[in-house]
Design a protein around this ligand. Structure first.
Ligand SMILES: *Cc1c(COP(=O)(O)O)cnc(C)c1O
Length: 814
């Protein structure tokens, strides 16, 4: 992409101008934040012309637009990504250097927008990156939370949550448009009336409303000159809202009302894999969906747009059930506002929506009580009931003698309370339903939504998740990026399948040495960061064994912990035992209300402390748990990993994407046959992957036959010893109560079969220990992991969505 800031002198000049006229300071008096803002604005300006041009071009082409609706975007830092996309990284570094400033300090000034919880939000961020890179006309819609995912700290090893005030110093990447505010009605009632043509209509008379103010963000494609838009909504009180109360003379109440309205976009729910059935959350969902649909219909499609043409012009992709309320909202607009007959409107909706399911855990499927939905969105509830009535009538014709089946497929659940099953609503109306990895999609078809897949076999499809190589190797691992470019040439960052060209080099000793040296360098970089950030000192000469992901029972951090305790006990018993030194790195936030997950964090830290203080294991085992795992930390942590822990119980992890990031950076996986692990294993080959554990059908069989975790405990001496030590207070100064709930939960229920998989896991870890000793063979496997990870680019995921679901195509530069 040609760039007019391409030379260092011009860049420097522009930067100083931004500092002087944008921040109003001269260089000698500039703070870190001034410098960051000036640099951000310099790059931003470079992208803006492209942005306006892209929007213009896409409008004119009247092409089909992909509208990605997601309540979360876990974006990561923007500065480096903007530099990379516009090809200005080297120029900027030289310019900053030339001024005697430190680029890293400027980078570290940026607080990442943590507008998501974990995998689901990060997926949305990867997808908008790929959509822009592939030049697809697309827009992402979401919520501009004032507080994103909490900042995690530890006190005495226990998680403490701090508010994430990422906006304290402002953000140079957002463009607010208060003049484009959208009104969002809530509550009230509906009433019937006769239209001029004598037809009966319904209108929604709402009780209160808020304004959604759009904030635009640029989404630069990687060196394509294409810049798409991410539009996040922020809630404001309406003037009428205030005025009404002001006129009653109650100033304090007026201010409170304003605070009430603005609460809607105040904070991200820090839940992952379990929905929060809270009223405010439903308000958030409707708020951003209503703003987005209104904005799309009036501003993106333009005035005079005929909504009957919607199926040619748009596909709304629903990222999980959070935005599913968009379905009745579009029905309401079409029927109540645009006067389109019900059946025709439903036909339009059936072509415009597609739904991505992200889970298999029944407790994670979102339902909204009928009472709550009816109170907050009375018209939407009516519409949902009518969609359901139509659907059940259709089913009764298909299955005249099977009322049981018909009822089990109802969008409305009756027990334990009457509630709307949002996943069913999305499945009934959506044109397509996709899972996020082959195994997950198959289990959706065969189990979670089996009645629906029997009724509509063609509706179901798979799109295996992916990650953007720009961030997760280009930015995260510059040394490996350079080695790869030196080896196979340029262009692979947007054609990741080309990594296979590295395969022949897996047997080239010089290449392997270079590869190994990069790992060493990345370990050093991580050690430096953790020492500065957390005061953690990491031994360098060790295997880096990494488990980074949200803390959840199904992900089985406790199984990892049992392995660590087992190794520790082996060393205590036999101090001369020859084991490969390991650093165990954890990164994990627990939902603030998820008590057992928070206990698990405390236990990891407690085990780490005991191991740290034991001279027997010094230099051989180390547990490091840096607080606040986020995208920024991931970018330094993942390239340093040797071993990737992907040990969820088979059939529980929908896909995982951390597994892909680690494989792409040359970590070998130890994992179960779960989620995308299955496809990683297929891609990299059995000999380059440490497989263990029960398969999904075996898990099913164990559940069916009545699982007895205690039997595994009693029959396995090492397991008995490890769990026994935790129970006896060995990691809690003799306090047997401290971790009793974790021990009891494992012994009595063990919902996720950690004890059943323990022996298999330990044996696989012993194979890891052996394999690591053969450095050459290990590095060869690591290189093959990199070479064979091309499939896991989110560019490939997006291409699959285009082919299987969206039926949209790129709009090229003229
Ligand atoms: C990729 C990513 C995740 C998802 O990790 P999984 O191992 O797939 O659960 C979560 N958090 C952050 C910060 C990530 O970058």
């Amino acid at each position: 992409m040609p760039s007019d800031l391409d030379d260092v002198e011009r860049f420097t000049e522009e930067f100083l101008k931004r500092l002087q006229f944008g921040q109003g300071v001269a260089l000698p008096r500039a703070t870190k934040n001034d410098l960051y803002y000036a640099l951000a604005r310099t790059v931003r300006q470079q992208l803006m012309a492209r942005w306006l041009e892209t929007v213009q071009r896409q409008m004119q082409a009247k092409a089909k637009v992909v509208v990605y609706l997601s309540a979360e975007y876990l974006l990561g830092r923007q500065l480096d990504n903007a530099l990379l996309a516009s090809g200005l990284t080297d120029t900027a570094e030289a310019a900053i250097d030339g001024l005697g400033l430190d680029m890293q300090t400027i980078r570290d000034t940026e607080v990442e927008p943590g507008l998501g919880n974990g995998g689901l939000g990060r997926l949305a961020a990867c997808f908008i990156d790929s959509l822009a890179t592939l030049r697809i006309p697309a827009i992402g819609y979401g919520i501009r939370y004032e507080y994103g995912i909490f900042r995690q700290t530890f006190e005495d090893g226990h998680q403490v949550e701090q508010p994430d005030s990422w906006l304290t110093l402002g953000s140079p990447w957002e463009f607010p448009h208060p003049e484009m505010g959208v009104k969002v009605p809530f509550a009230g009632h509906t009433e019937k009336y006769l239209g001029e043509d004598g037809r009966e209509r319904t209108r929604w008379v709402n009780d209160w409303e808020v304004i959604g103010v759009p904030y635009n963000y640029m989404v630069p494609g990687y060196r394509t000159g294409n810049v798409n838009t991410l539009r996040l909504w922020s809630a404001r009180a309406t003037q009428a809202f205030d005025l009404h109360v002001f006129n009653n003379g109650d100033y304090l109440q007026a201010v409170r009302s304003q605070a009430f309205a603005e609460n809607i976009s105040k904070v991200l729910y820090p839940e992952d894999s379990t929905p929060q059935g809270k009223e405010l959350r439903l308000q958030q969902q409707y708020f951003f969906v209503a703003c987005s649909l209104r904005d799309f219909l009036t501003n993106v499609m333009g005035p005079g747009f005929d909504p009957r043409k919607l199926p040619e012009r748009v596909i709304f992709q629903l990222n999980d059930t959070h935005p599913v309320i968009a379905i009745p909202e579009l029905m309401r607009i079409l029927v109540d506002e645009k006067d389109i007959p019900w059946d025709e409107a439903l036909d339009i909706c059936r072509q415009c929506f597609a739904y991505t399911c992200h889970t298999l855990l029944p407790e994670a499927l979102e339902v909204w009580p009928v009472e709550l939905l009816g109170r907050l969105l009375p018209r939407h509830l009516e519409i949902i009931f009518r969609i359901n009535d139509d659907f059940l009538a259709e089913l009764r014709e298909a299955y005249p003698d099977d009322e049981l089946r018909v009822r089990s497929m109802s969008i409305i659940q009756e027990h334990p309370e009457r509630a709307v099953r949002m996943a069913y609503l999305a499945t009934v109306v959506g044109a397509k339903v996709n899972g996020v990895a082959e195994l997950h999609s198959q289990l959706l078809r065969d189990k979670v939504l089996s009645d629906f897949s029997a009724y509509w076999p063609d509706k179901f499809t798979n799109v295996t998740n992916g990650i953007t190589p720009r961030r997760f190797i280009g930015l995260a691992n510059p040394a490996l990026t350079e080695l790869i470019t030196d080896t196979i040439g340029d262009g692979w960052l947007r054609d990741l399948g080309r990594l296979v060209e590295l395969e022949p080099h897996a047997d080239d000793p010089a290449f392997l040495d270079a590869f190994a040296a990069i790992k060493v360098g990345n370990r050093k970089r991580l050690a430096g960061l953790l020492e500065r950030r957390d005061g953690i000192v990491l031994p360098q000469d060790a295997m880096y064994d990494v488990m980074v992901k949200r803390l959840h029972e199904y992900k089985r951090q406790t199984l990892k912990l049992l392995h660590i305790v087992t190794l520790y006990q082996r060393l205590q018993e036999n101090p001369d035992l020859d084991i490969v030194p390991r650093v165990f790195l954890f990164g994990a936030k627990a939902a603030p209300g998820y008590w057992i997950a928070k206990q698990t964090i405390a236990l990891i830290n407690a085990v780490g402390r005991v191991i740290d203080n034991d001279p027997i294991v010094a230099g051989r085992l180390k547990v490091a748990f840096p607080a606040n795992y986020n995208v920024t930390l991931a970018e330094t942590l993942i390239p340093a990993a040797d071993l990737s822990e992907q040990i969820s119980l088979a059939g529980k992890e929908a896909s995982g994407t951390g597994n892909m990031k680690l494989a792409l950076n040359g970590a070998l996986t130890i994992g179960t046959l779960d989620g995308a692990n299955v496809e990683i294993l297929q891609a990299v080959g059995e000999e380059n992957f440490f497989l263990f554990g029960l398969t999904e059908p075996q898990v099913h069989a164990i559940y069916e036959s009545g699982y007895q975790p205690r039997e595994y405990f009693q029959n396995n001496p090492e397991l008995r010893k490890a769990l026994g030590a935790i129970a006896s207070g060995a990691f809690s100064d003799g306090n047997r109560e401290a971790f009793a709930p974790i021990v009891d939960s494992l012994l009595h229920e063990d919902r996720f079969l950690a004890l059943a998989d323990y022996q298999s896991y330990i044996e696989a870890q012993d194979r890891v220990d052996l394999a690591y000793r053969d450095t050459r063979a290990w590095n060869r496997s690591a290189v093959l992991n990199v070479a064979r990870s091309g499939f896991f680019s989110s560019d490939r995921s997006i291409q699959d969505y285009l082919d299987r679901i969206w039926n949209a195509s790129p709009v090229d530069a003229s």
